[in-house]
Write a protein of this length. Structure first.
Length: 410
């Protein structure tokens, strides 16, 4: 263990201070989306106004869960629902989620659902249940950073595979070439963060078949499942059959409850999942429970009127159309048209700004527009890109686009 020693004289005594050990696994934990905020704070201290286009949180941009959902949480608190819930989650909520997932095409029951404190906790539980030292997990490149971070944290190795951003299709041949004896899972995020890619039914079927052929888990994150614009969303459950599929989802994005932190894990009824279905709930019991009043809010969000969701998606589409049009008119940039979520992932076609991280840093320092460097979503397929969120108002987005255009036109 590396020790750094210093001596301090305290009340006449010489005391040796050692730097205590920190696990080397933590070194692999990164979250570029929030790490970049530290740079923005420095810019703000200089008196420069910053347009934050880095975090995909609808609530921070004026979108709110409806009043009936807020009231359901308030009522739960006032009515004494302030104790530990079952570790697996509120039974009524699990029933409602099972209905939703069955409607999307997967055959599951409430016992196949486990409520988590956001999708991030669910992802951590799943990865810690299947990954051991040296195991490999295939991730769509570019990927949402916590996927790689959790794989590394639990001793695994994240392996990126290619995705055609223009056609929203995974590179099946690339995936085949990267499957080894150490591969344990294929992860999917559809609709995707950071690219907005939405896999179609044919692509999902090919991925399921490939996973079956090599006896791999399929972990599919569908947190943006209703935020789609040009085509109907197809959930992986529709093509899963009895393949070993684990779905991650929640209410943070579609239901505008980001800060409330409610997600869930859904297992399909594949016999190959029997072992993890028995083992993973142990982790739920160890962490005791998910916030109970919030579960009542989530329950109301699924049972109550759904019209606000289509209104939100309509607003997102207007913003997407504006941002993609403007980006593709700028010299040195190009951007595929995202089919879902609320992110754009432009390609930097010129090298006059240096790396993608240098591009993002200079854009922030000179124009006050905060985006995220693409390499923060994976070096292999993210480098040379940057990600921005198109959730702000049309007025703010127009201003931000003007600033980006001024920057790249210099």
């Amino acid at each position: 263990m590396l020790r750094v020693q210093t001596s301090k004289n305290l009340t006449g005594l010489n005391i040796c201070l050692d730097k205590l050990k920190v696990s080397k696994k933590v070194a692999g934990v990164e979250y570029a989306i929030r790490d970049i905020v530290l740079a923005a704070r420095k810019v703000q201290k200089k008196g420069i106004k910053v347009d934050y286009l880095n975090i995909g949180d609808p609530v921070q941009f004026g979108f709110q869960p409806p009043d009936n959902v807020k009231q359901a949480m308030i009522d739960a608190i006032r009515n004494g629902k302030n104790y530990y819930s079952e570790s697996e989650g509120l039974p009524e909520l699990r029933e409602e989620i099972a209905k939703k997932e069955n409607y999307k095409g997967i055959s599951i029951e409430s016992d196949d659902i486990l409520i988590t404190n956001g999708v991030s906790e669910g992802l951590d539980m799943v990865i810690s249940s299947i990954v051991e030292e040296g195991d490999e997990v295939l991730l769509p490149g570019p990927y949402y950073p916590p996927y790689a971070s959790y794989v590394r944290l639990h001793g695994g190795i994240p392996i990126e595979f290619g995705v055609d951003l223009e056609n929203s299709t995974p590179d099946i041949d690339d995936i085949k070439s990267k499957i080894t004896k150490k591969t344990v899972a294929i992860c999917l995020i559809s609709p995707n963060n950071p690219t907005g890619v939405v896999f179609n039914e044919s692509s999902l079927k090919k991925l399921v078949d490939l996973a079956n052929e090599h006896h791999l888990y399929i972990i599919c994150d569908e947190i943006y499942d209703q935020i789609v614009f040009d085509e109907k969303f197809i959930g992986i459950g529709k093509v899963a059959g009895d393949s070993p599929v684990i779905i991650l989802n929640g209410v943070s994005k579609v239901h505008l409850m980001s800060g409330w932190r409610i997600g869930y894990i859904a297992f399909n009824q594949s016999p190959q999942l029997d072992a993890i279905r028995e083992s993973l709930p142990k982790l739920a019991r160890v962490r005791i429970a998910t916030n109970l009043p919030v579960q009542y809010g989530a329950l109301e969000s699924l049972r109550g009127p759904q019209g606000y969701i289509s209104e939100f998606v309509s607003e997102c589409k207007k913003r997407r159309d504006l941002v993609i049009r403007r980006l593709n008119e700028m010299p040195g940039l190009s951007c595929s048209n995202p089919k879902g979520s609320f992110y754009a992932f432009p390609k930097i076609e010129t090298n006059k700004f240096g790396t993608d991280k240098e591009f993002v840093t200079k854009l922030l320092e000179t124009q006050g527009v905060l985006t995220v460097h693409g390499s923060g979503f994976g070096e292999k397929y993210g480098s040379g890109y940057f990600r921005l969120v198109y959730l702000p108002s049309m007025k703010i987005l127009e201003s931000a686009m003007n600033k980006i255009e001024n920057f790249v036109s210099q």
